[in-house]
Design a binder for this molecule. Structure first.
Ligand SMILES: [Ca+2]
Ligand SMILES: [Ca+2]
Length: 562
């Protein structure tokens, strides 16, 4: 640990030490030597590649407390789906306690940022918009009152942990919220307000504002800054000014970091881990700040997670390390480890990221299944991404070109997503065919309608679609080989494949037709093995290299019964 104010070079050298905790093998270069994949990394990658992560906008998922719907005086005068809609942590807790996530096989929840948002609204060209989505921070140390309280947040994370479900915190360090008449700009030492990002090379991706009026934190600067006056005033009014300042003093004394902007934000972000036990970050806009920032943040978060575990042994799920998952927009499994900014390529896995969101899935999913199943598994098991994790998605909150935008085939989406190698992100409502196009909505508001619980309550097709997602999700949770195992195509038409780990093996057969069916099992299961089809619940025994079953579905999910 540093004990005095370090130079920028010293900070970067220290960040270099953190590279040892990143994902898997890394190429040799001048600052690190190639390290073998450790056992802990292998276990972590296996977990996250077989994870099913449920991503929800807290404001749009479930309203458990109508008294907070108009918190901070925010009005309902936004454009379509651009005001707060009432969803909150209490609603999320209710769904946790009904077992909604367990029934889907969910192993981790990623909720949009819960920190306090700007009070006012802005129009970025798509209509008057409030910070319902969580990416417009006003105060990194408070829970937004529209979403609930600190106690509500603790109840959600604890309830998830008691069910063995991990919780990812959506962490923003790149920018503050936009400036409004109610939300003054942070001081110049903290943020830059120009130029706008041009996205043509590294500098025009990192040292710039993503859009107009979205002040960019000076993550590059070690120059000491004072706390903004409006934040001091706010804390004073809330009766916690002295406590917050004392904590910051202790943090800077402990770490030796200079009082540059990013170190304040790191303190605030990691406090949530230390206090609540978040299992990882989903790092927002990870390609829009310097690599050293991610490495420094990961080290602090790992320490915070260790502190939380030591203080809460009754809530610890297991010894998996803190997980850092990056939103590197447009990263694609086909990129391997390198992301190309145009004039510079960055290996995000080497700077502390254990996993990256795979923006290539929605395109790959439109092609033949075996093509991308084979390619993903090869990359993750023996290829460039060995020891690393990816997170596939079919739809998301800011991708205007999702897979199946008209929800024509929600069952097929589940089959592709939940049987693919790599982590699976269910975006809230994928499992209920929640519409991704809403009359009157502009831009990404289309993707963010309130959860269509009403459709589910009516039963019918929506309930049938959900049942399909649940069967696949539970199969995936019960069998880590599905997401993390070695993939083998056994038959092209109708398609049959296997996935294997040392401790788990499954065989999946598609398009087998309804009714009686006889499925070859090749050499996956020996003669006489008793098998169960997770889709129908029917059982049988391997005889003559085949299993005969009568099931109502063409999809068969075979494994040995537990
Ligand atoms: Ca509410
Ligand atoms: Ca930036």
């Amino acid at each position: 640990m540093m004990t005095q104010t370090p130079s920028r070079a010293a900070v970067l050298v220290t960040a270099g030490l953190v590279l040892l905790s990143g994902c898997g093998e890394r190429p040799s270069d001048t600052t690190t030597t190639a390290a073998a994949v450790t056992a802990a990394q292998t276990r972590a990658a296996a977990f996250w590649n077989s994870a099913t992560v449920y991503f929800l906008l807290t404001d749009r998922f479930a309203n458990g407390d109508s008294t907070n719907d108009l918190a901070l005086g925010r009005a309902q005068d936004g454009a379509v789906l651009r005001s707060f809609q009432g969803g909150d942590l209490a609603g999320l807790l209710q769904q946790l306690e009904t077992g909604y996530f367990d029934s889907l096989g969910v192993t981790a929840i990623w909720m949009t940022p819960f920190v306090e948002q700007i009070q006012g609204s802005v129009d970025e060209g798509t209509g008057k918009t409030y910070g319902y989505h969580g990416y417009w921070t006003r105060d990194w140390t408070a829970v937004d009152p529209a979403l609930g309280t600190m106690d509500d947040l603790r109840a959600v994370v604890d309830a998830a942990h008691r069910r063995g479900i991990r919780v990812l915190m959506d962490a923003v360090i790149n920018h503050t919220g936009p400036v409004t008449s109610l939300d003054p700009q942070w001081p110049d030492g903290w943020v830059r307000t120009e130029p706008r990002c041009g996205y043509t090379d590294y500098a025009t991706t990192v040292e710039c504002t993503l859009v107009a009026n979205l002040p960019d934190i000076r993550t590059d600067s070690d120059a000491p800054v004072d706390l903004p006056g409006p934040l001091l005033d706010k804390w004073e009014q809330e009766g916690r000014l002295e406590e917050e300042v004392a904590e910051l003093d202790a943090y800077f004394a402990r770490t030796g970091y200079p009082r540059g902007p990013r170190y304040y934000v790191m303190k605030w972000l990691t406090d949530w881990v230390r206090e609540f036990g978040f299992d990882g970050y989903r790092m927002d806009t990870a390609k829009h700040f310097e690599e050293a920032v991610s490495a420094e943040l990961k080290r602090e978060a790992e320490q915070a997670f260790a502190d939380w575990k030591a203080a809460h042994p009754d809530l610890v799920i297991d010894d998996l390390p803190f997980y850092l998952m990056g939103e590197v927009y447009n990263y694609d499994v086909a990129n391997g480890r390198g992301f190309d900014f145009g004039n510079r390529t960055v290996d995000f896995f080497a700077i502390g990221y254990d996993g990256l969101i795979n923006f290539g899935f929605k395109r790959d999913a439109a092609g033949p299944l075996d093509d991308f199943f084979t390619r993903y598994a090869a990359a993750l098991r023996d290829g460039a991404l060995r020891g690393c994790a990816i997170l596939n998605y079919a739809s998301s909150h800011d991708d205007g070109a999702p897979y199946d935008p008209d929800r024509k085939d929600p069952r097929g989406t589940a089959t592709r997503l939940l049987l693919a190698p790599g982590g699976a992100q269910i975006y809230y409502g994928d499992e209920l065919a929640r519409p991704l196009k809403v009359p009157g909505a502009q831009g990404d508001a289309n993707l963010r309608s309130f959860m269509n619980w009403d459709d589910l309550a009516r039963g019918g097709t929506t309930a049938e679609v959900l049942e399909h997602w649940r069967k696949l999700g539970r199969f995936r949770r019960a069998h880590p080989a599905v997401g993390a195992g070695a993939h083998r195509r056994l038959q092209a038409e109708p398609y049959i494949f296997s996935r294997k780990l040392d401790t788990d093996r499954v065989l999946v057969a598609l398009d087998q037709g309804d009714g009686p069916k006889t499925i070859p099992v090749f050499d996956v299961f020996p003669e006489g093995t008793a098998l169960v089809d997770a889709y129908s619940g029917m059982r049988g025994t391997v005889a003559g290299g085949k299993i005969s079953l009568t099931t109502p579905s063409g999809l068969v999910l075979l494994s040995e019964p537990r």
